[in-house]
Ligand binder design. Structure first.
Ligand SMILES: [Zn+2]
Length: 217
């Protein structure tokens, strides 16, 4: 079971205090999809791991609302000009919060891989929001960001290149682009850093290329 608790946060951009929900405990009894989307039994915790200020639209994890938040004048400007106008009166969905958090992370100059991860989570939220179009949109955006991280000199450590290469293949597969998906699955073999511990990634890539499954295990 997932347990939530109400917390009060202070927005580092506009100083507004607002209430949000925080995850106290969760579980992974719902299994794991082949894009590493771990499912809980009961309420899914994902939408509650990111918070959004309802006055300016600034979004992030709980630590992004503490003294440690990296708030530059440039970030403030971006938030007011791009996130604030897009705020709607209706309830904000998990995917919207993750998309906003991905923008904030980019404006903060955080690494590409982190941005890609937030976009991946936006896609996962869309699964529960039953929004297939938005899910594919975020899967493509996330795939492009992971590709960018993989192509930069120090974007991804060697031990993680194979698994992220697999993930890009799986994102394209789930976005409905089989050609790109096959290309990426075929690249996994050349990214293996340790054949002993990474054989499962190679197996998963072959599996998803030739006879895809939706769930691990
Ligand atoms: Zn704010």
């Amino acid at each position: 079971m997932t347990t939530l608790q109400q917390i009060e946060l202070r927005c580092p951009i506009c100083d507004t205090r607002f209430k949000s929900q925080q995850v106290i405990s969760t579980n992974s009894f719902g299994g794991k999809r082949t894009d590493f989307h771990e499912r809980a039994a009961g309420t899914q915790p994902l939408p509650y791991l990111i918070h959004m200020c309802n006055r300016c639209g600034y979004s992030g994890a709980e630590r992004d609302f503490t003294e440690d938040a990296d708030v530059s004048p440039v970030l403030k400007e971006h938030v007011w000009s791009e996130l604030a106008p897009a705020l709607s009166a209706v309830a904000i969905s998990g995917s919207e919060k993750y998309e906003a958090a991905a923008k904030v992370a980019e404006w903060q100059g955080l690494d590409t891989r982190h941005v890609a991860d937030l976009l991946l989570r936006a896609a996962w939220c869309c699964v529960d929001e039953n929004d297939v179009e938005a899910e594919r949109f975020y899967r493509r955006k996330s795939a492009w960001k992971f590709e960018e991280a993989l192509s930069s000199y120090d974007g991804v450590v060697r031990e993680e290149r194979a698994v992220l290469t697999y993930l890009v293949g799986e994102l394209w597969r789930r976005a409905g682009d089989d050609r790109q998906s096959h290309d990426w699955f075929n690249r996994v073999v050349s990214e293996i850093a340790d054949p002993g511990s990474q054989q499962w990634i190679l197996d998963a890539a072959r599996q998803q290329r030739d006879c895809p499954r939706e769930w691990f295990g």
